[in-house]
Design a protein around this ligand. Structure first.
Ligand SMILES: Cc1cc2nc3c(=O)[nH]c(=O)nc-3n(C[C@H](O)[C@H](O)[C@H](O)COP(=O)(O)OP(=O)(O)OC[C@H]3O[C@@H](n4cnc5c(N)ncnc54)[C@H](O)[C@@H]3O)c2cc1C
Length: 391
C-alpha cells in the first residue's frame, strides 16, 4: 500500500528502480528474512544473492564494478529493503554505506583498487568506527590515538557500538593525531584491515533489535598501520566522518519510511479482519484515527526526505536538513510502530510476529548516527546562525 501519491513525483527512472527493488524483495528475500529471524545472523549465503541481483556495492562507481547509484536511488532501495527486514539494510551498508562511500570520495587510486571491487563483488564487508565509551554524542572527545613512528602509524584505543564490527573486513577508524587540534584538524581517518596485528574484536553486543544486528567493541593495542592506511588528508578525519554521517542520516530516514509503511499495511489489514464486540476494528473511529495519523505522518516524512534528497542531487547545500529528516523520520516511525502494536493487541507483542520485531528494530533509529537530541542541537545551531535550510 502507498500512503500518498508522492511516487508520482519520482522520476520515471526512480519509479522503475523502486518497482524492480520491490519485486526482488517480495520475490526473493522472504525466506532469507525468515532465516535471519530463526538464526539471529545474516547468512553468508545471502551476499552472493544480493550480488547477482546488483545489490552489492550499489553506490560504488561503475568502473569498480559498482552500481553507480545516487544517494537518492540508494535511499529508495533501502526504503524497500526495510519494508521487509532491517537486516537487509545492514547487509547493503556493508558494501555501500559510510566506509565504502568515504573510500570512493577520499581514497587514493591504490586504496580504491584494493577495496572497491571486492565490496562490489560482495566479498568483503565494511565497518565505521567513531564512537567510544567516553565519546558518543560528542565524538570530538575521542581518546583513540594514532602516533606517527617513522613510516608507520601506531594506533591505540577502544571503539564500541560498531555495527557489524565483528564481521567487518575493513574498518574506517577515526583517531586523534593532534590532541591540540582535535575536530579542527587533529583527527584522522584510517583504514584498518581485520587481520592487522594489534587489532581485536573484544566484545560483541546484541541489542533489543533483531539479533542479526550486532555491535562490536574494537580494541587497538600498538596496532601498526602503513602510511597507505590514511584515508583522505591527515587531520581531515572529522570532516570525512561527518560527511559520511550526513549520507547515513538520509538513508536512515528512508529506512524509517519503509518500515513505517510496512507497519501501516499490517495494521490496516489487521483492522479489516479483527472483530471485537461484533464489529471490525476498522469500523471503530479510535482505530481509524490511529491509521489516519500514521498515514499522514508517513507522507510528511517521505516528502521531507525526498525533497532533501532532490535538493542534494541538484547540488544545493542542504545544511542541517539531513538532521531534520533523520529526527522527523525516526521519531515518526516510533509513533507509528507504537500505534500498530496497539492495534494488534496481544498479537502485537508476541515474539515471532513481525510487528513485535519491527517495534524493537526501529527503536535504534532514535539513537544511532546521532541521537534525536543531537539532531535538534544541529538544527538549532543552523537556525540561530541564520542559515536558511528550506531553500
Ligand atoms: C544500533 C546502533 C548502531 C550503531 N552503530 C555505530 C557504528 O557503526 N559506528 C559508530 O561509530 N557508532 C555507532 N553507534 C553509536 C552511536 O552513534 C551512539 O550510540 C550515539 O551517537 C550516542 O552516543 P552514546 O551512546 O555514547 O550516548 P551519549 O552520548 O551518552 O548520550 C546519551 C543521551 O544523552 C543525550 N545527549 C547527549 N549530549 C546531549 C546534549 N548536549 N544535550 C542534550 N542531550 C544530550 C543523547 O542524545 C542521548 O539521548 C551505534 C549505535 C546504535 C544504537
Amino acid at each position: 500500500m502507498e500512503t500518498l501519491a508522492l511516487d508520482v513525483e519520482l522520476s520515471e527512472e526512480l519509479q522503475a528502480m523502486r518497482a524492480a527493488v520491490r519485486s526482488f524483495v517480495t520475490g526473493e528475500l522472504g525466506p532469507w528474512a525468515e532465516e535471519i529471524d530463526r538464526t539471529g545472523e545474516i547468512p553468508e549465503a545471502l551476499y552472493p544473492v544480493l550480488q547477482r541481483n546488483g545489490y552489492c556495492g550499489m553506490r560504488l562507481p561503475v568502473e569498480y564494478g559498482g552500481g553507480g547509484l545516487s544517494l537518492f536511488q540508494y535511499c529508495i532501495a533501502l526504503e524497500e529493503f526495510s519494508r521487509l527486514h532491517r537486516a537487509f539494510t545492514i547487509a547493503a551498508n556493508y558494501s555501500s554505506g559510510m566506509t565504502p562511500m568515504a573510500l570512493t570520495r577520499h581514497g587514493t587510486p591504490e586504496q580504491k583498487e584494493r577495496y572497491l571491487p571486492r565490496f562490489a563483488r560482495g566479498e568483503i564487508k565494511s565497518g565505521f568506527a567513531l564512537t567510544e565509551p567516553e565519546a558518543g554524542s560528542d565524538p570530538a572527545g575521542m581518546r583513540t590515538r594514532a602516533e606517527r613512528h617513522g613510516d608507520t602509524w601506531v594506533l591505540n584505543g577502544r571503539k564500541h557500538y560498531i555495527s557489524g564490527g565483528h564481521v567487518a573486513d575493513v574498518i574506517m577508524v577515526m583517531a586523534v593525531t593532534d590532541p591540540q587540534k582535535r575536530a579542527r584538524g587533529g583527527i584522522t581517518a584510517f583504514l584498518v584491515d581485520r587481520n592487522t596485528p594489534g587489532f581485536k574484536v573484544t566484545r560483541v553486543d546484541t541489542t533489543i533489535a533483531t539479533d542479526a544486528i550486532k555491535l562490536a567493541e574494537l580494541t587497538f593495542e600498538n596496532c601498526e598501520l602503513p602510511e597507505g592506511a590514511v584515508l583522505g588528508e591527515v587531520g581531515a578525519g572529522f570532516k570525512v566522518a561527518m560527511r559520511s554521517l550526513n549520507d547515513g542520516r538520509l538513508s536512515v530516514s528512508c529506512s524509517c519510511v519503509g518500515a513505517a509503511e510496512s507497519l501501516l499495511s499490517m495494521a490496516t489489514e489487521h483492522s479489516k479482519n479483527r472483530r471485537t464486540f461484533g464489529k471490525l476494528l476498522a469500523e471503530r473511529q479510535a482505530i481509524q484515527w490511529m491509521l489516519a495519523d500514521s498515514a499522514m505522518e508517513i507522507a510528511a516524512a517521505r516528502a521531507l526526505a525526498y525533497d532533501t534528497l532532490r535538493r542534494l542531487e541538484s547540488g544545493k547545500n542542504v545544511g542541517s536538513a539531513g538532521s531534520m529528516c533523520k529526527l522527523f523520520c525516526s521519531e515518526m516511525v516510533g509513533r507509528v510502530v507504537d500505534r500498530v502494536v496497539q492495534i494488534h493487541g496481544g498479537m502485537g507483542v508476541i515474539r515471532g510476529f513481525p510487528v513485535e520485531r519491527f517495534y524493537r528494530d526501529v527503536r535504534h533509529y532514535r539513537v544511532g548516527e546521532g541521537a534525536s537530541e543531537i539532531q535538534r542541537i544541529v538544527i538549532a545551531r543552523d537556525l540561530l546562525r541564520g542559515i536558511d535550510i528550506s531553500e
